[in-house]
Design a binder for this molecule. Structure first.
Ligand code: UDX
Length: 439
């Protein structure tokens, strides 16, 4: 067991992966959450959400993992505390930091020895200054502490891998002591470590997410042009990506980005620009292009089917991306709503996200859930693909053809090669590429 003890406050997707990941690196870790149900599940070695490899990691390292509802347990046992609580979006687009503030006050109220407080959640620049202010206001005993920033770049569905093999580790510090503690806990990671000041570290996180989202909206803009003139966006993206200055990642056109980070972070970063009276309108465009993607997809559906009223549409993929059960800000939510409002009968299938989706769209006469992609396709007038789960790429298209009423696939994620699919008698409508009609 390593000497430094680590506390993680908030056992959501970032916090729990961080806790289990550090436990796997040999540290004793205290995971704190005020949600009793979550803690009970964790004490039973179960992850409260689906993330590949996470359950195994928790089970494997359980002897080094302690789960508690009390912040004071982590404060008294640990040398370093990661704040991983949510920073939800407020109505005006800015980040709601009340959870960060609340946690800080609790830490201040029970601190009786040195501790390093590290913000890991995505927070606006200068949040650390607020954390220090709150510490000064609420500290009961005259003890030393440090605040640092160590932003998280985990992707859902690949979070465990990203934790173990990060592209870079960013450490924003203002004391040698804080720097040394963070360097010590990241000693066994084979990644470049960027050491900087706290404000710079805070901006690195927002800037990275904003840039990635910009790449996606950019290629979606090009996708619309390709649709209009009959060009192929995937080939445009491929050739663009061969230029090392551009890079091939995050140039996949489709129905847009969702999830708990990009939509929220773009809006929050735009608000930060406004606060300093800077022109961040670029991000407004990124956001607007993304918000239009479900409607663009609906146009595509109409170009394939004309009217959807009374038709049975099979929908594959509800999570905002593959390998997660997360549907936060998923484009599927808006698309399902539009199609339902238009009078379609919807057969929904997703390998993991159905329980979450049912909370938003309960089962009903025109909303039906299925346990397999084949069952959902039976008698349908079109299959619509909203998430690029691997499962969909490896289906027996011949079998599928025999199940559907009308062989039409509208693909919001461009997962198929049109030749393959046309061979089986399907008409295929991808995004930003010419359709391939079989009739
Ligand atoms: C993102 C960042 O990648 C991660 O570094 C940060 O810590 C949290 O936010 P995540 O939200 O898990 O991670 O998913 P990501 O893989 O980045 O995808 C985000 C969205 O963009 C998904 O809806 C995905 O479908 C979409 N996307 C991604 C595209 O539409 N096209 C692409 O080329 C890439």
């Amino acid at each position: 067991m390593k000497e430094i003890k680590i506390g993680v406050i908030g056992t959501g997707r970032v916090g729990l992966v961080t806790a289990a990941g550090f436990a796997d690196k040999g540290f004793e870790v205290w995971g704190v959450d005020n949600d009793r149900k979550k803690i009970e599940k964790l004490k039973n070695k179960e992850s409260p959400f689906y993330e590949p490899e996470l359950d195994e990691l928790i089970k494997k390292n359980f002897e080094r993992l302690h789960f508690t509802e009390e912040i004071k347990d982590a404060v008294s046992n640990c040398d370093i505390l990661f704040i991983c609580v949510g920073t939800p979006q407020r109505e005006d687009g800015s980040a709601d930091l009340s959870f960060v503030e609340g946690v800080t006050r609790q830490i201040a109220g029970c601190l009786d020895k040195y501790i390093l407080i590290v913000e890991k959640s995505t927070v606006p620049v200068k949040t650390a200054e607020w954390i220090k202010k709150v510490m000064r206001l609420y500290l009961k005993k005259n003890v030393e502490y440090d605040v640092a920033s160590n932003p998280e770049f985990l992707r859902e569905g690949k979070a465990v891998y990203d934790f173990m093999y990060p592209d870079r580790i960013v450490i924003g510090v203002e004391s040698e002591k804080a720097k040394n503690i963070l360097l010590e806990i990241y000693k066994d990671f084979n990644s470049e470590i960027v050491i900087t000041d706290i404000k710079t570290a805070e901006i690195i996180k927002h800037a990275s997410n904003a840039f990635l989202a910009t790449k996606i909206s950019f290629i979606n803009m090009i996708s619309d042009l390709c649709d209009k003139v009959g060009a192929d966006v995937d080939e445009v993206a491929h050739a663009m990506g061969l230029d090392e200055r551009i890079g091939k990642e995050f140039l996949k056109a489709g129905i847009g980005y969702g999830g708990s980070c990009f939509p929220k972070d773009i809006k929050a970063f735009k608000r930060i620009g406004d606060e300093y009276k800077l022109n961040f309108s670029l991000l407004e465009c990124v956001d607007r292009i993304n918000a239009q993607r479900p409607l663009k997809f609906f146009e595509k559906v109409k170009s394939a089917l004309w009217s959807v009223r009374g038709k049975t549409l099979c929908i594959w993929g509800l999570s905002f991306k593959p390998d997660t059960d997360d549907i936060r800000e998923a484009p599927s939510i808006r698309i399902v709503k539009i199609l339902h409002d238009e009078g379609a009968i919807l057969n929904l299938y997703d390998p993991k996200a159905i329980p979450e989706f049912k909370k938003v769209f309960p089962e009903g006469e025109r909303i039906r859930y299925f346990n397999s992609p084949y069952d959902s396709a039976k008698g349908s007038h079109a299959i619509l693909i909203l998430t690029e789960w691997d499962e969909f790429k490896n289906l027996d298209l011949g079998k599928l053809r025999s199940l559907v009423e009308v062989p039409i696939i509208v693909d919001g994620r461009n997962i198929f090669k049109k030749e393959e699919i046309a061979e089986k008698g399907f008409s295929y409508y991808p995004m930003g590429k010419p359709p391939c009609e079989s009739f």
